[in-house]
Design a binder for this molecule. Structure first.
Ligand SMILES: [Zn+2]
Length: 122
């Protein structure tokens, strides 16, 4: 599985097989259902206390990227003339994707520190 695919599917950065979260982002049973370790290779995800605070930076960057991309699309398709309309559409989209971005940002942040190890494929 490629790096991008493993991130998008919220997989363990070490083996790219095990799921990082026990629930899907939109299940609402537990958006913050991060597994303590990978169910496949048993790599611990929480490297130190407050490790995932850094994921806020990733989440912020993703939010800005989505907002800019949506705004560019709105302008290209002729809907970007009203600032209020653009703002409401961008806000709505960011709210809709926020559960997924929350988990994705943790997967991206973890992948910065937990490096891929093909030997862990087992
Ligand atoms: Zn793993």
């Amino acid at each position: 599985m490629s790096y991008i695919n493993s991130l998008l599917q919220l997989r363990c950065p070490k083996c790219r097989r095990g799921k990082m979260f026990s629930h899907k982002p939109y299940s609402f049973k537990g958006i913050s259902s991060l597994n303590k370790s990978c169910p496949h290779c048993e790599t611990l995800f929480q490297l130190e206390p407050w490790f995932f605070y850094g994921a806020m930076y990733v989440s912020y960057a993703l939010g800005v990227a989505v907002a800019v991309a949506v705004y560019v699309l709105l302008v290209l398709f002729g809907f970007g003339k009203s600032v209020l309309t653009s703002f409401l559409i961008i806000t709505g989209i960011i709210i809709l994707i926020s559960p997924y971005v929350y988990q994705l940002s943790k997967a991206i942040w973890a992948s910065f520190f937990i490096l891929y190890d093909p030997k862990k494929l087992g």
